[in-house]
Design a protein around this ligand. Structure first.
Ligand SMILES: C[S@@+](CC[C@H](N)C(=O)[O-])C[C@H]1O[C@@H](n2cnc3c(N)ncnc32)[C@H](O)[C@@H]1O
Ligand code: SF4
Length: 375
């Protein structure tokens, strides 16, 4: 099994909190960029020979800005150069203002079977400081319209721990999200990234910095509220109904190989991580020419071990005893560390794995890093 990730580096506007790779001025070269993505897919066809592609993920940036012909061209390149399973999951990230009847019909016709819609907040004032290109009403309408077009695997993105967001308001956002009857919710704690407009707003006192207590209380509310409504908390930031897990993202967490194409996209082949240049012009000019458009790094044994803990401990599948032993097993210090976490109710031991408790999940990254090894 393998996955393909396609990064679409275009956005209408610059959201104040976002530091993903995208450009808001792309009309003059978008054709060249799409052609370069298709060419990269062709060049890299040998990377997944005899491995069926079971998940395809269009992320961004804003994939929903693609016109039908562009999306069709990329999908056709994928189907031409890779062996795609009939029942593969094909996810498309959508900004609510792009979810028109016409676009939804086109996405359905082209075989997209999972939508990830970025609602972010149910409060107009939040969407305003975030500089989002849609209203809360457009967010809700996008989900309903997608359902009316037959999409039955929909995820929404919400952010908590926002400046001045009270617990009552966050609960009301969760209740509005639940009314939408979606199958999956991804909810992230706001990170104030350096070099973003949000970082400036907070530094200048225009927005207040959320406290750690507020963020952890809202995480608790998120987990309790969604769980009471039948959602399974299967990864720190992800919740699914009826086992509708994000298969593509789950494959990142299970170390399944994937090919990532487009500017800034990352790839993993089991041993090596590789990442494309995060510059649209450099990317489309270099692909297929005698120039490098990516860098790569082979993971050392310690790096594999560290990643396994960092990623595995965030999921309900935890870290498998079999994989730990494949990676060399615990040393005496690590075993001591593990015993401490088990005896303080931060971790649980099952027959085949170790998982974090609810209390442990609040410190997932810290616990994982306490097992880190140096080369
Ligand atoms: C990079 S965006 C791409 C999806 C789409 N363009 C959108 O905006 O809805 C993926 C998700 O990451 C989350 N995200 C991005 N920056 C974040 C930040 N600084 N803190 C928390 N969540 C963030 C948002 O929820 C967003 O929907
Ligand atoms: S959050 Fe989404 S729409 Fe906003 S800038 Fe980032 S990628 Fe673009």
């Amino acid at each position: 099994m393998a996955g393909i990730y396609v990064h679409i580096p275009f956005c209408k506007k610059r959201c104040s909190y976002c530091d993903f790779h995208f450009s808001t001025t792309f009309s003059s070269y978008r054709e060249k960029l799409i052609a370069a993505i298709c060419l990269e897919l062709e060049i890299r066809k040998t990377e997944l020979v005899d491995v069926p592609v079971e998940t395809i993920y269009f992320g961004g940036g804003t994939p929903s800005l693609l016109i039908k012909e562009e999306l069709a061209a990329i999908l056709s390149a994928i189907h031409t150069h890779f062996e795609v399973s009939v029942n593969s999951e094909i996810t498309f990230e959508v900004n609510p203002d792009d979810a028109s009847e016409e676009n939804l019909s086109a996405w359905k016709e082209l075989g997209i079977n999972r939508l990830s819609i970025g609602l972010q907040s149910f409060q107009e004032t939040d969407l305003a400081w975030m500089n989002r290109s849609h209203s809360t009403q457009q967010g809700e309408t996008a989900v309903r319209l997608a359902q009316a077009h037959g999409f039955d695997n929909i995820s929404i993105d919400l952010i908590y721990g926002l400046p001045d967001l009270s617990n009552e308001q966050w609960l009301s956002h969760l209740n509005r999200a639940l009314k939408l009857n979606v199958q999956h919710i991804s909810s992230y704690c706001l990170t104030i990234e350096p070099k973003t407009a949000l970082n400036d707003f907070v530094a200048k006192g225009k927005l207040s910095r959320p406290t750690e207590d507020q963020q952890s209380e809202q995480f608790d509310l998120l987990v309790q509220t969604l769980r009471q409504s039948g959602f399974e908390h299967y990864e720190i930031s992800n919740f699914a109904k009826d086992q509708k897990y994000a298969k593509h993202n789950s494959s990142y967490w299970n170390f399944t190989p994937y090919v990532g194409v487009g500017p800034s996209a990352h790839s993993f082949n089991g041993h090596q991580r590789r990442w494309n240049v995060a510059n649209n012009t450099k990317y489309y000019k270099a692909v297929g020419k005698n120039e490098d458009w990516f860098e790569a790094e082979t993971l050392s044994a310690s790096e594999k071990w560290n990643e396994y803990f960092l990623i595995g401990l965030r999921t309900k599948w935890g870290i498998l005893k079999r994989s730990i032993s494949d990676l060399g097993g615990f040393n005496a210090t690590e075993l001591n560390q593990l015993e401490t976490y088990l005896s303080t109710d931060l971790m649980i031991e099952n027959r085949d794995n170790y998982v974090l408790t609810e209390k442990g999940k609040l410190q997932a990254d810290g616990i994982a890093s306490s097992f880190f090894r140096l080369d």
